[in-house]
Design a protein around this ligand. Structure first.
Ligand SMILES: Cc1cc2nc3c(=O)[nH]c(=O)nc-3n(C[C@H](O)[C@H](O)[C@H](O)COP(=O)(O)OP(=O)(O)OC[C@H]3O[C@@H](n4cnc5c(N)ncnc54)[C@H](O)[C@@H]3O)c2cc1C
Length: 488
């Protein structure tokens, strides 16, 4: 069983009230049958997806409406009970599960689509809608969600917004800070902030929704989201390529941007260690010959002939110039254009990249780092970490959203050890700060990284964040122990 977070990290419980029988009776009255106290049922909600942190909450609430969330928070605020908002529990920084006995407030039953406007492409839905379900709903109407990530089958749109998730489509459609048009949020004292606008343009006063995007459940509970969705592209093509060096990965990216231009929708990379792990633990197979680096390129456009022609010209250029040594393509017609004679499905190519996170969990305890860096230096951090850790680590791998300058550096070991953690941190953060990078590109700070915020933000900025937190949540009941270091 995963060690309790409080014990592993030696954290002190803050003086919140303990949940009493009277509290449980109150919640039962406002949401009968949706108050869970059975320890067996609570288990998966107390442990994170990576199985690295564990809380000991004794109470899980499943509201269905913003009004219920409001009633819960008003009560918790008065009683000084701490609350941990939870979506699909796929977060990777220990933010989604309690540290001690915080009440878990799950959005699992808040999964209604409120409206979709086919002319504007604006979707309004409750926070607990699963990302993949939303995408399927939209596809039937000729649209897609502006974000996509490996956890799409479980993560909730509220969780995506709360973490400002990036993912696989950011290169094309931009971040949630641009596509989210409005939010409904319940504040710590139970008041409901209705900023659920469905307008592309609205310059009336401060843009308050931005404060909640990426706030990881520490400033309010997101109950509904209004989001701008792009048209479903008619033609989607994928290429999977092998490169002999990271320099070639970078040159291929430059060529790709120049030659694919507006149809380029993703540029992802992975190293040979990642390929080894997906082969070993998930029994996937590589469609190209062994290479030190692999690149996955996606184009999304409205004219398949035009896009295929562009992609083929690009492939010819990178193959003849030697930037790419082997490659394969899955097209809309699932035809093969390169070295193989059996059909390569797009889902097979995407799996190789999307399932690395899953493969890593089969390799042992995973130390995860999600770093933004100037793209030219992206892989140097992997090389330097590998050299530093030597035999102490089982595997040190690098992959990520290269087009966004986002590296996922992952280190595996047979089990958790303080000494290995000390060898990695703050080394990785100092290295990142020297390059003016960010220690969290898209996963957030959660529980595990909150104490390292100063590597990416000046103390004045952290102080201002603490003041916002104190103003919106004066008793600190919302997701305590997360995102910001304590102000004392
Ligand atoms: C296989 C895999 C692949 C992933 N790929 C990516 C990726 O490409 N890009 C990326 O950015 N992330 C990625 N992630 C991380 C994670 O999936 C995302 O951060 C996701 O957006 C979290 O959504 P969730 O519903 O699971 O939230 P949870 O994990 O439940 O919660 C995450 C945080 O948000 C808070 N929260 C959740 N719901 C609400 C709400 N309604 N109101 C307020 N706060 C809330 C929680 O308290 C917690 O702090 C991946 C994770 C996995 C497991």
């Amino acid at each position: 069983e995963v060690m309790l977070t409080g014990e592993r990290y030696n954290v002190q419980r803050l003086p919140f009230s303990h949940v009493s029988n009277d509290d449980i009776a109150f919640f039962e009255r406002i949401m009968p049958g949706r108050v869970i106290t059975n320890p067996e049922e609570l288990k998966p909600f107390n442990v994170d997806w990576l199985k690295t942190v564990r809380g000991c909450s004794k109470l899980l609430l499943k509201p269905q409406t913003a009004a219920e969330v409001s009633q819960v928070l008003r009560y918790c605020y008065e009683r000084n009970l701490a609350v941990n908002p939870q979506g699909g529990n796929t977060g990777l920084v220990g933010g989604s599960v309690p540290v001690f006995d915080e009440i878990i407030l799950s959005t699992a039953l808040m999964s209604q689509i409120i409206s979709f406007d086919k002319v504007s492409g604006i979707l309004v839905c409750q926070a607990g809608c699963i990302l993949e379900n939303l995408n399927q709903y939209l596809e039937e109407k000729g649209f897609i969600m502006p974000l996509d990530l490996g956890a799409k089958g479980s993560c909730h749109i509220g969780g995506n917004v709360a973490t400002n998730a990036g993912g696989l489509r950011l290169l094309r459609y931009g971040s949630l800070r641009g596509t989210v048009l409005g939010l409904e949020v319940v504040l710590a004292d139970g008041s409901v902030l209705d900023c659920l606008a469905s307008l592309r343009k609205d310059n009336t006063g401060y843009d308050l929704k931005q404060l909640f995007i990426g706030s990881e459940g520490t400033l309010g509970i997101i109950t509904a989201v209004s989001i701008l969705c792009p048209q479903k592209p008619e033609a989607v093509n994928l290429a999977f390529l092998g490169c002999q060096s990271f320099t070639q990965v970078l040159k291929t990216f430059t060529t790709c941007r120049a030659m694919l231009g507006e149809v380029l929708s993703a540029y992802e990379f992975m190293d040979d260690k990642c390929m080894e792990l997906v082969k070993k633990h998930l029994k996937l197979s590589s469609p190209v010959s062994e290479s030190p680096f692999y690149v996955l390129i996606e184009t999304s456009g409205s004219n398949s002939t035009h896009d295929e022609e562009k992609l083929n010209n690009f492939l010819e250029q990178v193959m003849t110039s030697g930037l790419v040594t082997d490659g394969t393509v899955a097209t809309d017609e699932k035809k093969i254009k390169a070295s193989h004679h059996f059909p390569i499905l797009k889902s097979m190519l995407w799996s190789l990249r999307e399932r690395i996170t899953e493969a890593l969990t089969h390799d042992g305890y995973v130390y995860k780092y999600d770093i933004s860096l100037p793209v030219g230096k992206l892989y140097d951090l992997v090389t330097d970490t590998r050299a530093r850790l030597g035999q102490c680590a089982k595997n040190v791998v690098g992959y990520g959203h290269l087009g966004d300058g986002n590296l996922h550096l992952n280190i595996t070991a047979e089990s958790y050890s303080h000494s290995l953690l000390d060898a990695i941190e703050p080394f990785v953060y100092e290295w990142t700060a020297r390059c003016n990078g960010s220690i969290s590109a898209e996963h957030g700070l959660g529980f595990k990284k909150k104490c390292f915020i100063q590597y990416s933000k000046p103390k004045e900025a952290v102080f201002l964040m603490q003041r916002f937190k104190a103003m919106l949540d004066p008793k600190g009941i919302l997701n305590p122990y997360k995102t910001l270091p304590s102000s004392s």
